[in-house]
Design a protein around this ligand. Structure first.
Ligand code: MG
Length: 252
């Protein structure tokens, strides 16, 4: 029988475009203001210096041209801001940028400017599972800190209490079946007592390979619309744990 349910976030409990349409533009818009706190905030000052170090070793031609055009050495705060905006626009990975975005989102959530949208079926179904004694866990590629912020400041209120366990990619990559074996172990359950729900068929494949049961969450607007051979649910209330518990009905 299913004792624990592990849920992905984006595309499963929260619309995928919240990140692209709300979170990233919010960080972009507030980057300048955040960097202005550099002189009074040691954490931000440290991250600006980290961004400068990344810039010095950045081989991207535009980044190099921008560095040659700086008027100060080391580059000024506003020059660093232009560099960070370039990274954002070209969708580049940067540790310093990611941390700065995290700080900006943290402030946005706490001030009430940012609120995460959840699909309307999510909160009631989490309550049902909580009431049935099912252990609930989050596994998302966003950091655990970001997961908790998102669920603490949702339009449905603070729902962090519904979850007993939190996992991010520090446990392992979401496409690696070993990550799911570690999660089952940390949940204190056999893999086949755990249901994993995600909108990503590759993640569902990895979870199944570890022995977990799977449900592919197919929401309108999701980039992944092809469930492969996983059970499809359009909302969390479609899930019938009784049916999943019956091995004859679950595996294809
Ligand atoms: Mg997802």
């Amino acid at each position: 029988m299913i004792r624990a349910i592990v849920l992905d976030i984006e595309g499963t409990t929260c619309p995928v475009d919240f990140v692209s349409e709300t979170l990233f533009p919010f960080a972009q818009k507030n980057m300048k203001a955040a960097l202005l706190h550099r002189s009074s905030d040691a954490e931000i000052d440290g991250l600006v210096n980290e961004a400068i170090n990344e810039w010095l070793t950045d081989s991207d031609p535009t980044s190099r041209r921008m560095l040659r055009q700086t008027t100060q050495n080391p580059p000024s705060t506003s020059e660093v801001e232009e560099y960070l905006q370039h990274l954002i626009q070209s969708d580049r990975k940067s540790t310093a940028l990611k941390q700065l975005q995290g700080i900006i989102w943290d402030q946005g959530y706490k001030s009430g400017e940012l609120k995460s949208p959840l699909f309307s079926d999510v909160r009631p179904q989490l309550d049902n599972w909580n009431n049935s004694g099912i252990t609930l866990a989050v596994y998302s590629s966003g950091s655990i800190q970001a997961q908790k912020l998102l669920y603490a400041h949702s339009k449905e209120g603070d729902i962090t209490e519904r979850f007993q366990h939190w996992f991010d990619t520090r446990t392992g990559p979401k496409l690696d079946h070993q990550s799911y074996a570690i999660i089952a172990q940390k949940l204190g359950a056999q893999s086949d007592q755990v249901l994993f729900i995600s909108d990503h068929p590759g993640e569902c494949d990895a979870a199944r390979k570890s022995g977990m049961k799977t449900a592919f969450c197919l929401r309108e607007g999701n980039p992944h619309q092809e469930p492969r051979n996983h059970a499809v649910v359009h909302q969390l209330s479609d899930i019938d744990l009784g049916q999943i518990n019956d091995p004859d009905n679950n595996q294809h």
